[in-house]
Design a protein around this ligand. Structure first.
Ligand code: ZN
Length: 433
């Protein structure tokens, strides 16, 4: 299958931030050609599928590096309360009642929302029915990193079962759907996983060549409690346990000091910055300016719709850019091209994905089209595009989504998921509970 998209404005997000009018040729899931100007007649005639991108922008799809898709039905349930109260009184009791079908509908709903807002890759940390999640991800044709979330506050036998489920998920699905599915290990957090359990997770990661994703330093109270219990920071504790021997991505990192950040930088640990969830739960603002200056790879995640309350990477980028300026009282600390890279290339790096990065020949063809023919993106020229995407665009400006060369949204219509049915089922569940 050869696809040609011509007459389009290409936002490469490469080192020079090149933006030009040109065409791309996509074959076998990758960009075979990314060039200025029109394709030659012969190439155009040989294409199986031609798209006239006149007046549109083509850029890498968004990579959402932290979320919990299965809890999407809890959007708006228990707003405006602190994280621990929210987890103990809203999330965990509700999740205990979820049936397999509930989780299926919730996860599908999240995927619809993500595709429609330009996300091509997501990470899901969830503890229920992850094999079903893998099947759903394959059906959606998205790129997904799946992690069976593990809370270790349970008897040893139960811990072992959770770890075995994670390993089984890896053995069954890692590399499936032409490599679009990958599987990582996800101990929930230092405050829900005792050291002895974390050590077993590290052993499993080494043995099965898996990487690790976990929540770290989300709230001040959790960090304080950890310091009292272990006389060291969460990051130092995880380093001592050996967690950073394998590639690692932490979510949040709101309450890290410079010493913690240096440990993360030395160990090449990436951080998923979730600004909206952190604000909504009153957790604070992660100092990503400092992290970046110390050499940490920072990407962006939405967390779940239960603490955000949507999965729009466009909104998340805007918050990431704006709150950092406010935190440092300095408008120069975030630049729109850097924020865009956090939501794309840095995300792929966080998720250990190879070849999913910028718009260039040889990379996987994960990209989106935006139609700027709308008042809030007008006027535009190449110098203003990065700014418009971060500071002015809305999710519904995204018209088309491709993952590994396969179109999964065309003119805002999903091609692999039944949007209408999924929304009906999700609403129906709330109406009848
Ligand atoms: Zn989370």
């Amino acid at each position: 299958m050869k696809t040609v998209i011509h007459s389009v404005t290409i936002i490469t997000l490469n080192q020079n931030n090149d933006i030009f009018n040109g065409h791309v040729v996509v074959e076998d899931g990758k960009f075979k050609e990314v060039k200025k100007g029109a394709p030659d007649e012969k190439k155009l005639n040989q294409a199986d599928y031609k798209i006239n991108g006149q007046g549109k922008w083509l850029l890498p799809g968004f990579v959402n590096t932290h979320g919990h898709l299965g809890s999407s039905l809890l959007r708006g349930a228990g707003d405006d309360i602190p994280l621990m109260t929210w987890l103990k009184t809203v999330m965990w009791p509700n999740e205990q009642k979820f049936t397999q079908e509930d989780v299926k509908i919730a996860s599908s709903l999240a995927m619809v929302e993500m595709i429609k807002s330009g996300t091509t890759t997501f990470l899901d940390m969830y503890h229920l029915h992850m094999e079903q999640m893998a099947e759903l991800t394959i059906e959606s044709q998205m790129r997904g990193v799946l992690c069976r979330g593990m809370i270790g506050l349970c008897p040893e036998e139960e811990q072992r079962e959770k770890l075995n489920e994670s390993i089984f998920l890896h053995q069954s699905f890692h590399g499936e759907n032409d490599g679009k599915i990958s599987v990582a290990l996800a101990p929930h957090a230092p405050y829900t996983c005792p050291p002895s359990f974390l050590e077993k997770v590290v052993d499993a990661a080494v043995k099965h060549k898996m990487w690790i994703h976990t929540h770290v330093a989300e709230t001040a109270s959790e960090v304080k409690e950890h310091q009292e219990n272990y006389q060291m920071s969460q990051v130092k504790h995880l380093e001592n346990i050996g967690l950073f021997k394998v590639p690692c991505l932490i979510a949040h990192g709101v309450h890290l000091d410079e010493h913690d950040m240096n440990i993360l930088a030395e160990n090449n640990v990436s951080v998923s910055h979730n600004p909206m969830s952190n604000l909504k739960l009153g957790s604070g603002i992660a100092d990503i300016k400092k992290m970046i200056s110390l050499g940490i790879n920072v990407s962006i995640g939405t967390d779940s719709t239960a603490s955000n309350n949507n999965l729009s990477m466009v909104e998340e980028m805007r918050f990431a850019a704006l709150i950092q300026k406010g935190l440092h009282q300095d408008p120069t600390v975030t630049k729109s091209d850097e924020i865009l890279k956090m939501a794309t290339e840095n995300g792929s790096k966080s998720l250990q994905l190879k070849g999913v990065d910028i718009i260039k020949e040889g990379s996987y063809a994960d990209f989106i089209l935006i139609s700027p023919d709308i008042a809030h993106l007008t006027p535009w020229n190449n110098e203003r595009i990065h700014s418009h995407i971060v500071y002015s665009s809305e999710s519904h400006d995204i018209t088309d989504v491709f993952v590994q060369g396969k179109q999964i949204m065309k003119d805002r219509k999903l091609l692999y998921l039944d949007e209408e049915k999924i929304i009906f089922n999700a609403q129906n569940l709330l109406n009848h509970c």
